[in-house]
Ligand binder design. Sequence first.
Ligand SMILES: Nc1nc2c(ncn2[C@@H]2O[C@H](COP(=O)(O)OP(=O)(O)O)[C@@H](O)[C@H]2O)c(=O)[nH]1
Ligand SMILES: [Mg+2]
Length: 548
Amino acid sequence: MTSAGTLPEDLARLRDQLAAVPFALDTPGRDAAVRAVRSVVDQVDDHLLPRLRDVDAPLLVVVGGSTGAGKSTLVNSLLQAEVTRAGVLRPTTRTPVLVCAPADRGAFADDRVLPVQVQTHPAVPEGLALVDAPDVDSVVEANRELAGQLLSAADLWVFVTTAARYADAVPWDLLRTAAERGTALAVVLDRVPPEATREVAADLAGMLERAGLSQARLWVVEERPLADGFLPEDQVAPLRGWLRDLAADSGARAEVVRQTLVGALASLDDRVAGVARAVDEQAAAASALRTAADAAYGRAATSVDDGVRSGTLLRGEVLARWQEFVGTGEWMRSLQAGIGRLRDRVTAAVTGRATPAQDLTGALESGVERLLRSAAETAAEDTVTAWRGLPGGAGVVAGRERELSTVGPAFTEDAGRTVRDWQGAVLDLVRGEGAGKRSRARLLSWGVNGAGAVVMVAVFAQTAGLSGAEVAVAGGTTVVGQRVLEAVFGDSAVRQLAERARRDLDERTEALLHVEHRRFTELLDGTAGPDDAAALRESAATVARARG
Ligand SMILES: Nc1nc2c(ncn2[C@@H]2O[C@H](COP(=O)(O)OP(=O)(O)O)[C@@H](O)[C@H]2O)c(=O)[nH]1
Ligand SMILES: [Mg+2]
C-alpha cells in the first residue's frame, strides 16, 4: 500500500463504475455478474473504504456459521450478557447485532453502512467489535445474503460450526473463499459431544488443512447443559482470552487488519475481471441484436426497392386505372391537342368526380402503401424471430411480442402520409420543372395531375426496365396512341423527373422504415458497451497499482 492517498479514491471510482454498469440483457453470465458487482460494491463500502480511511478503527469480528450452530449463544457467553437473542427463532427480519465497547461507539456511528443494530457493552474489550451474523445457510435468501455481506465486511471471521454440520457444503464454499482471499479466520467447533471431541476435532483440522486453512485457530466447545443460557465458563474462556489479547495488542490487531485487507484488495482483480467479461458479453449481445435488426430493416428497404423495380406495381388496379387514364382517348387527344390542362380542370370542377389521373394516382398510392406495409411487417417479424434466438434477445422481446411482431401503431398513418407527400412532391417537381424551358410548357400542357401521373408511372416502368412501348401497350390504346406514349416516356424531361422522383421515394421509404427500425434499437439504448468494460479494466488496473 504505497500510495494510500489515492487508493480510497481509486477504489471509490471503481465501485461507482461497477454499480453503474447496466446489465440490461439476460445473457448467460448476467446473474453471476450482478451478484459479483453487489458483493464487490458491498465489500468496498462495508470493509475496504472504512478500513483504509481508519486503519486503527476497532477490529470487526463477525461470528458466522450454520443455523443453530450456537452463534448467538457463543456471543452472549463471551460477554456473559444477553446482547443478542439465542434460540431457534423464525428467521424473519431480525437485524443482526453489533456489540462494541462504549468507548468505540463512535467508530460505528455513521461511517460504516452495515445493516446492523449497534449496541455497546462494557464486557467488550476496546478495539474490537462482535457481530452476531445471520445463518449462512438460512432458508431465507435475504438472510444468507446479509450473512455473506457481513462476512465480507469482517476483519476477522469467527466461523461457528457443529459436530453435526461441519462438513456441510455452504459453509465450506465460504471457507474456501476465505482461504483464497487470505481472510483472517478462527473456527469454533461447537456443540461437540464430549466423547467425540478428539475424533471430530481431528477430522475438521484435517479438512481445514486440506483447504489451505491450517493457519486458522480452531476452538472446540463441548455440548453441555447451558447455565442461564450461557455456555460453561471453561468452554468459552479460552476463546474470550484470545479475543481480549488480540484487542489489547495493537500490533497483532494491525496484522489481522492488514492480512484481511490485502487479501480483499487482491481478490478484486479476478472479481472485476469476471464482471468485465460479463460486460463484454452484454456489449456483444447488444451488438448482435442491433445487427439482426439492421439486417431485417436493410432487407425491407431492398424489398421495397425490388417491388418498385419489378414493375409489379403496374399490374392489377393500377393497370386498370392506367388503361382508363390513357384508354379513353381523352388524355391522348388532349396530349395531341395540348388541352389537357383545361380538361383536367373542367372535369374535376364540373363533375366533382375524380379525374382518371386522380384515380390512377390513388391506385398507385395504395399499391406503394401495400408494398411498404408488407416490407415493414416482414422486417418486424424477422427481427422478433432473430432476437428470440440470440443471447439476451428473448428477454427484451418478452411481454412485447404482439406489439413488436407487426408494424408500429403510427405506421398506417405514416405510410399513407409518406406516399401522399411523395406524390405531392412529384407534382411539385412537375410544376417546377425547368421554368422557361420548352419541356415545362409541354409537360404542363398535359395538366399537372396528368403529367404527375405519367411521371409516377414512369418511375415504376423505367426502374422495371419497361420500354415506353410496353407501357403504351399496357395502356391498350391505338397504334397512334402508342406512338404518342412512346414519345412521352422517351422524353428526357419525363425520364429525368422519374429518376428524381424515384430517389425521393427511396429517401422517404428509408425515413419511414427508420421509425419502424427504431422501435427495436431503442430497446437496446442504455445497454452496456465495450467502453464500460474498458473503463472497469482501467479502474481495476489503477486500483491494483495504487495498492502496490
Ligand atoms: N445444551 C446446549 N444448547 C446449546 C448450546 N449452544 C446452543 N444451544 C442451543 O441451541 C439453540 C440454537 O443456538 P443459537 O445460539 O441460537 O444458535 P445460532 O442459530 O447459531 O445463533 C438454542 O436453543 C441454544 O440454547 C450448547 O452448547 N449446549
Ligand atoms: Mg442466532
